[in-house]
Write a protein that binds this ligand. Sequence first.
Ligand code: ATP
Length: 237
Amino acid sequence: MAKPLLEATDLGVRYGQATALDGVGLSLGPGERVIMLGRNGAGKTTLLNVLSGIVPAARGTVTFAGEPLLGRPAHAIVRGGLAHVCEGRRVFPTMSVRDNLFSGGGWIARHRRAELHDQAMDLFPRLRERYRQAAGTLSGGERQMLLIARGLMLDPKVLLLDEASQGLAPVVVDEVLAAVERISELGVAALVVEQNTRVLGLSGRVIIMSTGRLIFSGHSGDPGILDQVRQAYLDDA
Ligand code: ATP
């Protein structure tokens, strides 16, 4: 089997007395999609924050493209090819869509940035229509598209996507998920964190987190997956 692009073992994080991650392991191959589900407070965001260097881990290891990742500053991790689209949909509201798109990735060669920009526009034609508009005037779905497009413009090998569908209309959720599918077809691996089981419409490995641990592993194509996921949520209640 090919070596994983991203591999985490035995990750542990505590916030004071509270354990947020407790022995979490994860691997992601090149271009692979992993869907992570779990209730509020399960530790999903903490895991993404550890991977992107925002939160330090108390224990465990992470290797990314064969190099140790823990302890590296967030800016070095993103340059190394790991882009994190955080929850909360924070855009630069007074800047145009265009300027938001170009607000990161200054280290990337000009011709490559142009290519990435064209890819992002093909993926989200709606952003082309809104190109000169202030990002603060976009709808929730359009903001999410902008943030994913901005993540892509960092030329990632891995995209971490936190709660992209939260609060969006089902038709917009489907649009965002279809874009995620096309992004992995471009060879970018994706770790997609969600609470919405609609994400099972994506093909990919499915894991469920509960109180800082992984409690389930399957594939979105497995027969009866929705029932299995529901049962895991019920057992977790
Ligand atoms: P959500 O979907 O609500 O973001 P989550 O699965 O992403 O949930 P985390 O945000 O990672 O979960 O939170 C895991 C646990 O750590 C929760 O109990 C949460 O209250 C706690 N926690 C998260 N961030 C902090 C922090 N900065 N300080 C203290 N506790 C925190």
